[in-house]
Ligand binder design. Structure first.
Ligand code: ATP
Length: 301
C-alpha cells in the first residue's frame, strides 16, 4: 500500500508540475506576442525617484487583454500608493489582482487611463527604468536552468560573490544551499537538484534582495509550505519588505493584519479600502473573503 501511495503521490505531483508549466508557457507565449507592441518611447523621460508625487498612481485605468477585447480585466480602477507603504490586495479569483502587476511592469499597455511612477506616465519611461524599480516575487518563482549562484546573481548586473552570498544569507537560503551536493554551483532545473516550494521562494527572495528595488511586487503563496520553510520564507520576506513600497496579493490573514492598508478588489475595481477592523465593519465582500480565503470565521478575527 505504501508503494502505491508513493507512486500516486508522484504522479499527482508530476501532473501538477505539468499543469503549472503549461500555464506558465501559455502566459509566456502571450507575453512574447504582445511584447513587440510594447516599445520604449522615442525620447524617454528620466525617472526622478525623489519626486514628491505618489510612488504609484493608477488613474481611471481600464484594460482588456488583447485576446479578449469584449471582457474588461480592469475598469475605472483608481489607486494611489505612497512611499514606503505596504498595501495588501485581496479579492476573489478573476478580480484583476495579477493584471495590476502585469500592467505596472508594462507587459501590456492600459486601454484607457494612466499609470504613473513618481508622477510620470510609464509609457514615457524606458522599459529598463520601469523594471529596474521593481522586483516581483511570484507564487511559483521562475528559476533558470543554471546553478544556484547565477539564479541569484541574475538580480543585479555585475554582482560580486560576496553580494550574492550576503543576499542568500538575508533570505535564509544560505544554509540549505550549502547543504546541496555542489553548494552554490548545484544546477537547478530539469536534470538538476529539486528544491521544495519554500526553497525556490527563498532563491527568488535572495534575487530580489540583491536587486534592492524601490518597489516590491509580491504574490503570496496560496498553498501551505512545511512549517520550517514557512517560518524561513516569512522571515526572508520581512527582511525584503523593510522600508520599501510593497504591493502584496495577500492570501493570509497575518499579511493583511500587518499591511498599512488593504485594498479589496472585485470585477476589476476597488470596492473597499481601509484597515482590517474597518473593512470587517464596512465590506461584506471582505468579510466573506476572510471566511473563505483565510479560513477564519469573521466572528473570531
Ligand atoms: P486569481 O486570484 O485567480 O489569480 P486575479 O484577481 O489575479 O485572479 P487576473 O488574473 O488579474 O485575476 O484576471 C482578471 C481577468 O482577466 C479574469 O477575467 C481573467 O480571466 C482575465 N485574464 C487574466 N489573464 C489573461 C490573459 N493572459 N489573457 C486573457 N484574459 C486574461
Amino acid at each position: 500500500a505504501i508503494v502505491v501511495a508513493m507512486a500516486v503521490g508522484t504522479v499527482a505531483e508530476i501532473y501538477g508540475e505539468l499543469q503549472r508549466a503549461a500555464g506558465a508557457a501559455k502566459r509566456l507565449i502571450e507575453l512574447l506576442e504582445v511584447q513587440s507592441e510594447i516599445l520604449d518611447p522615442a525620447q524617454a523621460q528620466s525617472l526622478d525617484t525623489q519626486a514628491q508625487a505618489d510612488v504609484i498612481e493608477f488613474t481611471d485605468v481600464s484594460f482588456h487583454y488583447p485576446s479578449r477585447p469584449q471582457q474588461s480585466a480592469l475598469s475605472a480602477f483608481n489607486l494611489q500608493i505612497s512611499q514606503g507603504e505596504t498595501v495588501a490586495i485581496v479579492g476573489p479569483s478573476g478580480a484583476g489582482k495579477s493584471t495590476l502587476f502585469e500592467l505596472l511592469q508594462r507587459f501590456y499597455d492600459v486601454s484607457a487611463g494612466s499609470i504613473r511612477l513618481h508622477g510620470v506616465d510609464i509609457r514615457e519611461l524606458s522599459l529598463h527604468d520601469i523594471r529596474e524599480q521593481m522586483a516581483m516575487v511570484a507564487q511559483h518563482p521562475v528559476l533558470f536552468s543554471a546553478d544556484v549562484y547565477h539564479n541569484i546573481a541574475y538580480g543585479k548586473e555585475g554582482a560580486t560573490q560576496d553580494e550574492v552570498s550576503a543576499a542568500a544569507r538575508q533570505a535564509y537560503a544560505d544554509e540549505f544551499i550549502e547543504q546541496l551536493p555542489d553548494g552554490y554551483h548545484s544546477f537547478l532545473g530539469e536534470r538538476g537538484v529539486r528544491l521544495s516550494g519554500g526553497q525556490k521562494q527563498r532563491i527568488a527572495i535572495a534575487r530580489a534582495i540583491l536587486k534592492d528595488p524601490e518597489i516590491l511586487l509580491l504574490d503570496e503563496a496560496t498553498s501551505a509550505l512545511d512549517a520550517q520553510s514557512e517560518h524561513h520564507v516569512q522571515a526572508a520576506l520581512t527582511e525584503l519588505m523593510k522600508s520599501r513600497t510593497t504591493l502584496i496579493i495577500a492570501h493570509r490573514l497575518s499579511t493583511v493584519m500587518h499591511a498599512d492598508r488593504i485594498v479589496v478588489m472585485d470585477k476589476g475595481k476597488v470596492v473597499a479600502n481601509g484597515d482590517h477592523a474597518s473593512l470587517m465593519q464596512q465590506s461584506p465582500l471582505y468579510r466573506k473573503l476572510c471566511e473563505l480565503q483565510f479560513n477564519q470565521p469573521s466572528a473570531s478575527v
